[in-house]
Design a protein around this ligand. Structure first.
Ligand code: B12
Length: 210
């Protein structure tokens, strides 16, 4: 896939990226289409970083562009917010990882679909997840992480929830970056998803709504 938006983001053209997004939202386009393109652009930026064509400041710049573009898209996602609350979800980026753009999109989408979301932020200590499971009593725990080291933090978080005696009271999903079926198995989560739409679909399925 190639588009002007993807090109602008990959080339770190901040103003152009914002303008294209704004124009497309104003013309009534489905924000999910735009999200898909953003994701593709970020994958390409990640590749450039791996190949030493981009460096940390470029990654930071891409994060900044992404944040601004998501700020334009978010209100549109919220417009489809439903009134009935379907269930409670505890969300956060696991210990050692500070990537939150994907997590925030997951949050918007879950809220837009009628879930109450408690977002613990980034680099969330394992024990904080356990404490909040006790206090907030979520139906679902959603763990986000983009770094390889996040896989261990996910595993440990699931294990501690189990040790605290809450594993059969919550469904757990993992996602973000390179999280896949293997990470699901490794961390002993119930599901993995690679998009915010997956997160919504699992949550709805588990709460028995379609
Ligand atoms: C932007 C970015 C940053 C920004 C983050 C800004 C922010 N506020 O989040 C900054 C510059 C801070 C950053 C820092 C680092 N980064 Co970085 N970063 C990225 C980049 C380019 C994009 C990530 C992103 O936001 N994507 C956009 C979102 C929308 O992506 P998405 O995956 O499509 O999101 C969807 C799904 O993941 C899913 N989802 C997300 N969470 C969940 C949860 C559940 C439950 C479900 C179901 C679904 C789900 O839904 C989202 C929406 O549809 C990636 C490259 C890439 N390919 O992803 C590298 C990348 C993740 N970073 C990487 C690295 C190495 C780092 C650093 C270690 C660099 C350094 N040397 O310091 C630090 C780590 C700091 C830390 N401790 O966390 C590596 C990780 C490699 C690895 N395997 O561990 C990557 C893959 C780049 C690369 N190819 O090398 N990074």
């Amino acid at each position: 896939m190639s588009s002007k938006l993807i090109e602008a983001i990959i080339n770190l053209e901040e103003e152009e990226s914002i303008k294209i997004t704004q124009d497309r939202i104003n013309s009534g386009e489905d924000p999910l289409n735009i999200l898909n393109e953003i994701r593709e652009a970020m994958t390409k930026i990640g590749k450039r970083f791996e190949n030493n064509e981009y460096f940390l400041p470029d990654l930071m710049m891409s994060g900044e562009i992404l944040r601004q573009v998501s700020d334009i898209i978010t209100p549109k996602l919220k417009e489809i917010k439903t009134k009935d609350q379907i269930g409670k979800i505890l969300l956060g980026t696991v210990a050692g990882d500070i990537h939150d753009i994907g997590k925030d999109i997951v949050k918007f989408m879950l809220e837009a679909n009628g879930f109450e979301v408690l977002d613990l932020g980034v680099d969330v200590p394992v024990d904080t997840f356990v404490e909040k499971v006790k206090e907030f009593k979520p139906d679902i725990v959603a763990l986000s992480g983009f770094l390889t080291i996040a896989f261990d933090a996910m595993k440990e978080t699931v294990q501690k929830i189990k040790d605290a005696g809450y594993r059969d009271k919550v469904k757990i999903m993992v996602g973000g970056g390179t999280v896949d079926e293997q990470v699901k198995i490794y961390s002993e989560a119930d599901a993995f998803g690679d998009s915010a739409v997956d997160a919504v679909n699992f949550a709805k399925k588990w709460m028995g709504v379609n």
